[in-house]
Design a binder for this molecule. Structure first.
Ligand SMILES: [Zn+2]
Ligand SMILES: [Zn+2]
Length: 280
């Protein structure tokens, strides 16, 4: 139970089953009610299959969804969710999923953001025959992860979505192949939350992050949302004492009154394996 959110109603504008994914977690921990809000097609704000390109940034889109849900339901607290798929931040070769959840609270003038990121199940391949289709489907985590097929190439808009069993997949493949001018079918993971268990797991992790931040109260004004906002690198190496890229301090900030606090890292030294001098 949370002193400020027990028995409160929270609008959650979503149409891809995310309320069953994270609603119970937040409702149980905070004592609030998460209400799925309908009446707006969130795919108009951007979708993954390329019919509508998302123009706003991910965080802005998540906030916009929360705000629209609040307007439609007349509630003062809203939740918004938005995912993004990008190349991984290390080598740029792996598909990477970033999930953002925003908590807008007009009663207290608060905006709290939960986030999680990691490797994604987001593969694609141009396919010529059923054997290649089977290879790809196995690599893409099918049938637990659903697939999309389209004739010719990734720019074709004749999309077959949410394919979740082998019979449907093979039928759709045959149809796409007949409709294709270049004897190829473009296959990819369906990235909508209810079609992609890896993404579901990431959304749950973002909800856990959000919950942790909601449950963290500011030492000055006691409102929710006191959390780490940035860090200062330079934790000294345990062997040569040179500064490493690891954080030596973290800046905490209140989402309501902007009180900030600098907290030193718990460990006094970094492992030499993280030092650019000892382990270049
Ligand atoms: Zn505060
Ligand atoms: Zn060192």
């Amino acid at each position: 139970m949370h002193p400020r959110y027990a028995a409160k109603r929270v609008a959650f504008l979503t149409q891809h089953g995310k309320e069953s994914l994270i609603g119970p977690l937040l409702a149980t921990a905070l004592g609030c009610e998460i209400l799925r809000t309908e009446g707006y097609d969130t795919d108009l704000l951007g979708s993954f299959s390329g019919e509508v390109k998302r123009t706003d940034s991910q965080l802005k889109t998540a906030k916009r969804k929360a705000r629209i849900g609040m307007r439609l339901s007349g509630l003062t607290i809203g939740l918004g969710s938005e995912g993004a798929f990008v190349p991984d931040p290390y080598g740029g070769l792996m598909p990477w999923n970033i999930e953002v959840l925003t908590w807008l609270d007009d009663d207290h003038g608060l905006e709290i953001v939960g986030m999680a990121q990691g490797p994604a199940r987001s593969m694609h391949r141009s396919i010529r025959n059923e054997a290649e289709l089977e290879d790809f489907a196995q690599a893409a985590g099918f049938p637990e992860h659903h697939l999309l097929l389209r004739p010719q190439s990734e720019s074709d808009l004749r999309i077959q979505k949410g394919l979740s069993n082998w019979t449907a997949l093979k039928q759709a493949f045959a149809q796409c192949l007949r409709a294709s001018d270049n004897a190829r079918v473009f296959a990819e993971n369906d990235l909508r939350a209810f079609c992609n268990p890896t993404r579901q797991w990431m959304i749950r992790r973002a909800a856990e992050d959000l919950l942790k931040k909601i449950q963290s109260a500011c030492p000055v004004c006691d409102l929710p949302g006191f959390c780490k906002v940035s860090h200062t690198p330079g934790l000294p190496c345990g062997v040569c004492r040179c500064p490493t890229p690891l954080a030596k301090a973290f800046q905490w900030q209140c989402a309501a009154c902007a009180f900030t606090q600098v907290v030193s890292a718990i460990e006094p030294h970094a492992d030499a394996s993280r030092c650019n001098v000892c382990n270049p």
